[in-house]
Ligand binder design. Structure first.
Ligand SMILES: Cc1cc2nc3c(=O)[nH]c(=O)nc-3n(C[C@H](O)[C@H](O)[C@H](O)COP(=O)(O)O)c2cc1C
Length: 187
């Protein structure tokens, strides 16, 4: 599969088959995340693969807000990957301070991007989850108090088979400029 096809194929999958991917496939996705770029090569991440059925349900519960139906689908995923933000290196922390930019969050997001693209290439579906009760999930998984969770990501086989979705995106011309920023008078 060429890269353009893969990029179009990857989408957020919110309904899964009741079938767990084998560890070697899960590990290929983690490997792709491991190879992601990071500021000063600090690699400020680790990953917990939650695949125990009861534990998946408990983590999934912590992704649903008190009102509304957001993230209820997480319960259907056979696997949830929880990304822990690890200590960064001194160069990256100084860089973050000097530029007023949180490189750790940028790095962890990039790693999750790699994870999702690799999963799609292997025929697996993913959905990055940014809404969750961090302290409850830390408790459930034994993550130390001095660590933060980056992102969560569901992983499994899309219900009914992998299919390309429709992409709702802003038009290219609204976000692409050559040489100089151009303000949109309609914004
Ligand atoms: C940082 C981040 C947090 C996200 N959090 C959630 C979430 O909590 N629940 C959810 O259903 N989708 C979540 N998404 C998925 C986005 O809604 C999705 O990527 C976007 O709508 C584009 O659709 P696509 O992934 O199918 O191309 C998140 C995506 C990112 C990058």
């Amino acid at each position: 599969m060429d890269f353009e096809t893969l990029v179009r194929l990857r989408k957020s999958v919110r309904q899964y088959e009741d079938k767990k991917p084998v560890p070697s496939l899960i590990e290929k996705c983690i490997e792709a995340a491991r190879l992601a770029p990071s500021a000063c090569n600090s690699q400020p991440w680790s990953f917990i693969v939650v695949e125990d059925r009861d534990l998946v349900q408990k983590v999934a519960e912590q992704c649903v807000p008190p009102v509304g139906s957001m993230n209820k689908f997480v319960r259907t995923a056979p696997v949830i990957v929880v990304q822990v933000m690890e200590k960064t290196n001194i160069q990256s922390s100084i860089g973050s301070m000097l530029t007023d930019r949180d490189y750790n969050h940028i790095d962890t997001g990039l790693a999750m991007g790699h994870f999702c693209l690799q999963a799609a290439a292997l025929g697996l579906g993913t959905c990055i989850i940014g809404y969750f009760n961090e302290s409850k999930i830390k408790e459930l998984l034994g993550i130390p108090k001095n660590r933060r969770i980056g992102l969560l990501c569901t992983l499994g086989y899309e219900k009914g088979g992998q299919k390309e979705g429709t992409k709702k995106r802003k038009p290219l011309e609204s976000m692409l400029f050559y040489n100089r920023y151009k303000e949109d008078e309609n914004k």
